[in-house]
Ligand binder design. Sequence first.
Ligand code: NAD
Length: 374
Amino acid sequence: MRVAVLAETAAGETRVAAIPETVKKLAGLGASVAVERGAGRQAGISDEDYAAAGASVGSRAETLDGAGLVLGVIGPEADSLGGVAPGATLVAMLDPFARRETVQGYAGAGLEALAMEWMPRITRAQSMDVLSSQSNLAGYKAVIDAAAAYGRAFPMMMTAAGTVSAARAFIMGVGVAGLQAIATARRLGAQVSATDVRSATKEQIQSLGAKAIFVEGVAGIEGEGQGGYAGETSEEYKKAQAELVSSHLAKQDIVITTALIPGKPAPRLISDAQVATMRPGSVIVDLAAGAGGNVEGCVPGETVERHGVKVIGATNLARSLPADSSALYARNLFNFLSAFWDKEQGRPVLPDEDEIVKGIRLTHGGRIVSERLA
Ligand code: NAD
């Protein structure tokens, strides 16, 4: 089967869906891989690197010609995929709720569209989970960006000219990104605390050497939460959380917010009045900026100053580490494809009843088949 790897066309996209290592592995499964010219440039991978790994490199039309499998980072429009084999499979992040018309376009073009960001969060699919691999890098980069914007040092330093005190960092939302943010801030020498609504995260925070700041006496979300995700909490919990956070926030230098609730706008965790209580020069990085923001006044993609505090509206931070984010994303894709690869047929075979297939398959046989989109 011919596998096409596209150069991304979405504004600001730096990543690529295959790296030389995964090109070789796909070839090892019997696939022939075609890479669009320049696809890996921003991730530091040259056309020659792909060719050395066994791929053919050419124009978009040459790449797509006869391809049965198309790999991308952000799903392209169906009308830009002319020349693929009938019934070809598209594997990418498709943002299905926001891009219903595009998904309809895939169905109309007879493509089988697989949305990698809808990978179920089950043990078997961990190595295929693109949200985790990208969030992990975003959590790291959020702390690095905060450190760059902060006019002081993170670690405590005792020098002949006096002592520099350690920065206090507070991480709100301890999923994949939050855990990495805790670990990174600790490595840089900050005094770290963190909070979440899911009770299971308390132990995880402590095991990373940070202080857990938790609402006591009002039930939040027990254990890991449904499928590992948070849901809405009660009004009583929200009030208790706001009070707890208020007194803690005023003492923080760095705040990283990562709180998301699937299918809902990001919960508002910090009001403008709370920002005003922080010390001027403090930095907040809102990783939920693209989903409505955890911080009042945050602007997606921009840094704004509120009451002397820098509020960074982070969107898609994984894109600012294109080499690593591409490598992890490409391996997620390969792990998925190889798990379903049928050696005799020389292509992935996706059983209708498989939990992974049900989770990510949007279109099949000319129509939308995803239950979540129905
Ligand atoms: P996410 O991006 O959906 O949300 C980030 C965090 O924000 C979550 O921890 C959530 O509980 C928290 N949050 C929501 N509302 C909040 C509020 N009001 N205040 C404070 N925090 C709030 O989460 P995620 O990073 O995708 O990970 C969620 C969980 O899924 C984790 O436990 C992770 O280990 C698990 N997971 C499992 C698998 C797997 O088994 N395949 C893969 C990835 C993640």
